[in-house]
Design a protein around this ligand. Structure first.
Ligand code: HEM
Length: 416
């Protein structure tokens, strides 16, 4: 890494990629903080510049002021440099008008619709759906004596549960799983995946508009007609459903995989794999502090020139929310202590107006906890099938999850 700036000098930006980023992002953030302080200049793909907000206090400031640090990417001062096929575009959201990318009054109305529809989900039904799909996935591998708990389990589960809550039939589930995973992997099937998800949402909205049922989409249609005096169009509801599916599935899948990894590799949890629920809850909370599934979020755009930390930020600059880095900020993590059973002051679900809606967090928690518990119940002598050091992470500046989690166990007969 090039040396950090002296007083009065513009700092040299650091590519948000490279070997350290791919293997040990937390070490990279630590180095960046040492070199640059709380706000570091970084380069994204195609050398597009941004600020990575590493400091807990600074991230609070950015997420807490939606006018100065807007979610509206129209402010961006780099649009003329961004290639049309820039791989980061889906995360930036040009051309999207979902709840993620609207601001002000309109955003508040959209969030109210999302919240209302998710709040009405019955937690017992949710748990039952999650158990059913988790059991099905374990049934498919339990006689084999080995499985990949990311590819065969975590990456397939949350989308099935969410699809059921939203109103899809069981038959539509596997197609959605494949499309959603293709979309996020960003390879040649990504566009086809995105089209499949968008077309499926549009069809579901049209269908429920004609024949309402007891599901998330029907509730969004019902409240979207009245909330805040702003009638939401079917297209807007479909856009928000896509966000609720994509923003819901991958981080929850990552939370499951990262929690299982912790329990399988850390003595404190390995010793109690058979032990009570408490250790599952502790592992899951520790993951949100130490190894959070959404490491960075794009982003916010400065609506005018300002200062943040020691940096002069110009109007239109892009700020990336450094969630993993802020969770590790020594200002809030005094020497090794900080891990605070039950302390949930981490940034893993964001903060401020655009934070993850509260009922969405609860859904994620029930799905992830059920997923971990079902695996531990059904495959009690579970063990890693490779050395912990051989586990690799997805190459993504946004998500921080494993590519594979190979395990072995004593074969058992399926239940189903
Ligand atoms: C472990 C699981 C999850 C994590 C770590 C997570 C994390 C986040 C974060 C950090 C944000 C804030 C983005 C920003 O500030 O720009 C967010 C927003 C959002 N999340 Fe989640 N999320 C999770 C699960 C879910 C689930 C299950 C759903 C849906 C059922 C969901 C729906 C949303 C929506 C709709 C937003 C946008 C809110 C807005 O812009 O007003 N999330 N999430």
């Amino acid at each position: 890494m090039t040396p950090g700036p002296g007083p009065g000098h513009d700092p040299a930006p650091v590519p948000l990629d490279g070997p350290l980023f791919r293997s040990e992002p937390t070490a990279l953030y630590r180095e960046l903080r040492r070199e640059y302080g709380a706000v570091a200049p970084v380069l994204l793909d195609a050398d597009i510049p941004a600020w990575l907000v590493l400091g807990y206090r600074e991230l609070h400031q950015v997420t807490g002021d939606p006018v100065l640090f807007s979610r509206d990417c129209a402010h961006w001062n780099q649009w003329d440099r961004v290639p049309d096929d820039w791989p980061m575009l889906p995360m930036i959201g040009r051309g999207h008008s979902s709840v993620l990318h609207t601001v002000g009054e309109h955003h508040r109305a959209r969030v109210a619709v999302v919240n209302g529809a998710l709040e009405a989900v019955d937690p017992f039904e949710l748990r039952a759906h999650a158990e059913r799909f988790a059991d099905e996935l374990v049934d498919a591998v339990c006689a084999e004596g080995g499985a990949d708990l990311v590819a065969h389990y975590a990456a397939l589960l949350p989308v099935r549960v969410l699809a059921t809550l939203y109103g899809f039939t069981d038959e539509q589930g596997p197609g959605l799983v494949a499309a959603l995973n293709d979309m996020v992997d960003g390879d040649e099937d990504a566009i086809a995946g995105e089209l499949h998800v968008a077309a499926s949402m549009a069809r579901l909205v049209a269908d429920r508009a004609a024949r309402p049922a007891d599901d998330v989409v029907s509730r969004m249609l019902a409240s979207g007609r009245t909330t805040g005096g702003l009638a939401l169009t079917h297209e807007e509801i479909a856009q928000d459903l896509i966000v609720m599916m994509t923003a819901g599935h991958q981080p929850t899948a990552g939370w499951i995989g990262n929690s299982l990894r912790l329990m399988l590799t850390d003595e404190r949890f390995a010793a109690s794999l058979l032990g009570g629920r408490r250790s599952v809850a502790e592992a899951m909370n520790e993951v949100l502090w130490e190894d959070t599934p959404t490491q960075n979020v794009a982003g916010r755009w400065a609506s005018r020139d300002t200062r943040l930390g020691e940096r002069a930020v110009r109007a239109g600059d892009l700020l990336l929310l450094g969630i993993q880095a802020a969770n590790h900020d020594p200002q809030v993590r005094t020497h090794g202590s900080a891990l605070p059973g039950g302390n949930s002051a981490h940034f893993s679900f964001g903060h401020g107006e655009h934070r993850c809606p509260f009922p969405a967090r609860e859904i994620a928690e029930v799905v992830a906890r059920t997923a971990v518990e079902v695996v531990l119940d059904r495959l009690p002598d579970l063990d890693l099938a490779v050395p912990a050091a051989a586990l690799t992470r997805r190459r993504s500046p946004w998500l921080s999850s494993l590519t594979h989690l190979p395990v072995r166990f004593t074969p058992t007969a399926p239940r189903g």
